[in-house]
Design a binder for this molecule. Structure first.
Ligand code: NAP
Length: 294
């Protein structure tokens, strides 16, 4: 086994941080899972993760947690639980986390960003991540940046399933538009490998994807698992804006006009790891409970 490391994982109660924390635990590392709420310690403990309380908007709360950490996985989010988008809050979270890591002389930060963050997409929650990336580079903290595409796990999330159960998938792109996807589990795997292979990983920006699928092929794949037909309907931009706001619509405009373009075979070769394909991901989901079985 690689040398045992102590890693502070932000977002441990969420998708990416949860996957990273579980993978690091599995590999025998000491993991502290950051959450704002002590009421979530119990759930973290069930997964074998030691919960610690802190808030990315409060630098002083992070200082003691980073004192003996070898690594810090940073996830920021502009989203509130009601799906409202606050890019400026995401920038603040990222800057605070990086400044705290610098002050504590953490020897390796892995920052979760998003694929195409540096491509002037005009999507507010991509631009905020680009700002955090720039802050990290300027800080000179030794780091790796992971940039995932859209999560496969979105298609098994309660909010997605509640609409799919109505038998219709409404998206503001033509069915032939393709989307690259990544399994959250694979983010955990690559981040764990980055922490374990610090010298190889530092200075790298890694875009993460495992498969590419046309939006129009999603309903058939999902209806097989959900056991009822699902129809694809191209939503008007006007309707989409009402439903997902300007930020969400801009993201779909990006999917339609340009889209993610990760070189999946090159990624797999570079990291010696085969990324999960979408049909494989679908097989891992417990569709009764709407969550991956792993
Ligand atoms: N969904 C996708 O397809 C996709 C693709 C690429 C990138 N992303 C990006 O992924 C990010 C979200 O990551 P996720 O889906 O892994 O998270 P998530 O499941 O939405 O959970 C959010 C996590 O952030 C933590 N958090 C929120 N505010 C915090 C604060 N002020 N201080 C400390 N922790 C805080 C929450 O912890 P507590 O509530 O326990 O404190 C929770 O663990 C977003 O920036 C999104 O843009 C998403």
């Amino acid at each position: 086994m690689a040398e045992t490391k102590t890693i502070l994982v932000a977002g441990a109660t969420g998708q990416q941080g949860g996957a990273v924390a579980r993978e690091l635990m599995k590999r025998g590392h000491r993991v502290f899972g950051l959450t704002r709420s002590t009421s979530k310690f119990k759930d973290l403990a069930t997964a074998g993760i030691e919960g610690v309380q802190g808030d990315l908007t409060d630098k002083t709360s992070l200082a003691p947690l980073l004192r003996n950490a070898d690594g810090f996985f940073i996830v920021t989010t502009p989203f509130e639980p009601n799906f409202s988008v606050h890019p400026e809050k995401e920038v603040q979270q990222g800057k605070n986390a990086i400044d705290a890591a610098k002050a504590a002389k953490v020897s390796h930060v892995v920052l979760a960003s998003v694929a195409s963050a540096d491509e002037d997409t005009g999507i507010p929650h991509f631009e905020s991540k680009a700002k955090v990336e720039r802050h990290l580079k300027a800080s000179r903290v030794p780091h790796t940046i992971t940039r995932p595409v859209a999560f496969m796990d979105n298609y098994a999330s309660p909010w997605m399933l509640s609409t799919l159960r109505g038998g219709i998938m409404q998206v503001p792109v033509p069915p032939g538009s393709r989307q690259q996807l990544v399994a959250v589990k694979d983010i955990g795997e690559i981040v764990a490998r980055a922490f374990e292979n610090r010298r190889m990983a530092i200075g790298k920006t890694v875009e993460l994807a495992g498969d590419e699928i046309a939006f129009g092929d999603l309903p058939a794949a999902l209806s097989q698992k959900l056991g009822h037909p699902i129809r694809y309907a191209e939503q008007s931009e006007e309707d989409a804006r009402k439903l997902m706001g300007d930020d969400g619509l801009r993201m779909f405009q990006f999917f339609r006009t340009k889209g993610y373009h990760v070189d999946i075979p090159a990624l797999e070769t570079a990291w010696g790891y085969r990324m999960t394909r979408f049909h494989e991901f679908l097989d891992t989901v417990d569709w009764e409970r709407a969550q991956p079985k792993w």
